[in-house]
Write a protein that binds this ligand. Structure first.
Ligand SMILES: [Zn+2]
Length: 138
């Protein structure tokens, strides 16, 4: 799925699927059947354990894939972390931007479209929410 980063507005692709669906359940059942016939050569109730393990592995894999795809590769903005802890998300973005500044491979890359804060807006933000403003440069 194509979308834009909420912070640097760069176009990107994310996986929308967050949990397993019916197809994954059917695939896990078939994998469990194959494992059952490979190990016991007949129907065996222990295949249920293999089925549950396959379901757990596919759920964990899809969750990790979704979680990794949500983070922006250009600026490091993590919307999930931002909802839980905006300060930590700002720190991660700052770290990523520092890495980007140091890395020579980004010297000729297209600059990020970062939001700008004018001094007047920064003043208003600081008076409204004390200490919430992370950096004037971002
Ligand atoms: Zn971004």
């Amino acid at each position: 799925m194509n979308c834009y980063c909420a912070f640097c507005k760069s176009p990107r692709r994310i996986y929308r699927k967050r949990n397993i669906n019916l197809i994954n359940v059917i695939a896990s059942a078939m994998t469990a059947m194959v494992i059952m016939f490979a190990i016991w050569q007949s129907f065996d109730p222990r295949a249920i354990i293999a089925f549950v393990v396959c379901l757990a592995i596919s759920e964990v894999f899809i969750k990790i894939r979704w979680r990794l795809s949500v983070v922006c590769r250009a600026c490091g903005f993590d919307p999930v972390l931002y909802i839980k802890d905006p300060q930590a998300a700002a720190g991660k973005v700052r770290d990523q931007l520092d890495v980007r500044k140091q890395d020579p491979k980004y010297l000729l890359a297209k600059p990020l479209n970062l939001p700008t804060i004018t001094p007047q807006k920064a003043e208003a933000l600081q008076s409204k929410a004390k200490g919430k403003l992370v950096s004037r440069s971002i």
